[in-house]
Design a protein around this ligand. Structure first.
Ligand SMILES: Cc1ncc(COP(=O)(O)O)c(C=O)c1O
Length: 372
């Protein structure tokens, strides 16, 4: 290790993901079911709004909290959803920016942060970066947010419960009753409840539900990356108790400064663009893939996002299965990147029907091979 590297960076590593990228780079024309972003492009109206912003000279820093019309649009939506709550909002540099600022604002060294395993890759890394201790609650085999398990994980050191529904990498959505119970547990123990709602628009059964409805102190992080395919634009937002938001802004001022201004004007237009047709398409893709794979794999049908998290067939584990799949030209992600367990793998169905068809055929063949 180079002598200049700070100790805090040694508490997590990204080698697992790099290994997948390295393997992927060697493939010529892979069947790619590994992508964690929509396969549709940013709607034209949004592009136009950003191009217009650039052309008309809106290229400087924006206020730290974001451009006023975007903040107002989001705040209006938030006030409509939570009319009795006092919530402030700011525009972050993607949902990731909101996650970083949440950890830096609320997690003291030694504080414990509870979240489900499997988890989004950033969660343990960011908790550790802030000096905190990730407390991962095993949610196999159905990936349910079980309030009893969350309650059992609470200790005097618990500072935060982090929920993510619909979830990456499982696509599983938490039941309303379970979210409500977790919201109450957080309130009872006076711990922060952070809700990563980046997949809230990709919700296939019923209506999306946020624990903020039951716990007014919930800090909600959302953004435009997935909903409008704007992952490279870096626009997210956070809403929650004004004092917490003010603290995050203090750090944003001295770190990210602001989300890119032209992208914020695009995001403002995005608040007026319905993506329902794309969501309906993804529901259809989910139904196709679940229908194809269910007879061959142990899997939980996802209620949201665009991921499936099946169990690898045979006994070799998720990483070995994925390595074999990649050698056959199918790009998927080993579950142990998102988990302490090495039993599953992640498929993204944010892909063309043709790619999904080829991927399903290959996965069925691999399952049949392993059963022999
Ligand atoms: C659960 C979850 N949270 C946050 C993010 C980060 O999104 P953004 O592009 O808005 O930073 C992702 C991206 O994959 C995600 O899956």
């Amino acid at each position: 290790m180079h002598p200049w590297i700070a100790d805090r960076t040694k508490t997590f590593d990204s080698s697992g993901i790099r290994r997948v990228f390295d393997l992927a780079a060697k493939l010529k024309d892979p069947i790619n079911l590994s992508i964690g972003q929509p396969d549709f492009d940013v709607p034209e109206a949004i592009k136009e709004a950003s191009i217009e912003a650039i052309r008309s000279g809106r290229n400087a820093y924006s206020p730290t909290q974001g451009i006023a019309p975007l903040r107002d649009a989001i705040l209006a939506e938030v006030r409509e959803k939570y009319p009795d709550q006092e919530r402030d909002v700011f525009i972050s540099s993607g949902t990731s920016g909101g996650l970083v600022l949440s950890m830096l604002s609320m997690v003291n060294p030694g504080d414990e942060v509870i979240f489900l395993d499997p988890y989004f890759v950033m969660y343990p890394a960011l908790v550790r970066l802030a000096g905190g201790v990730p407390v991962m609650v095993d949610s196999y085999p159905d990936f349910r947010l079980d309030p009893d398990k969350i309650a059992a994980a609470i200790t005097p050191q618990t500072k935060m419960i982090l929920v993510n529904s619909p979830a990456n990498p499982t696509g599983v959505t938490a039941d309303q009753a379970d979210l409500k119970a977790v919201a109450e547990i957080a309130a009872q123990h006076n711990v922060a409840l952070l809700s990563d709602e980046i997949y809230s628009r990709f919700f296939y059964e019923g209506e999306f539900y946020s624990p903020a409805a039951d716990n007014p102190d919930t800090i909600v992080i959302d953004g435009f990356s997935k909903s409008h395919a704007m992952t490279g634009w870096r626009v997210g937002y956070v809403h929650g108790p004004p004092e917490v938001i003010a603290t995050m802004l203090k750090i944003q001022q001295f770190s990210f400064v602001c989300a890119p201004q032209p992208a914020q004007w695009g995001a403002l237009r995005a608040t007026e663009v319905s993506m329902q047709a794309n969501v309906d398409e993804y529901r259809r893709k989910r139904d196709f893939l679940v229908g194809e794979l269910s007879p061959h794999y142990e899997l939980t049908s996802p209620g949201g996002a665009f991921y499936l998290f099946p169990k690898a067939p045979g006994t070799a584990g998720g990483a070995a299965f994925v390595e074999h799949a990649i050698s056959q030209g199918l790009l998927i992600i080993p579950g142990n990147i998102f988990s302490r367990a090495d039993s599953h793998f992640r498929i993204s169905f944010a892909a063309s029907d043709e790619t999904l068809r080829r991927g399903a055929d290959m996965l069925i063949r691999l399952a049949q091979e392993s059963a022999r």
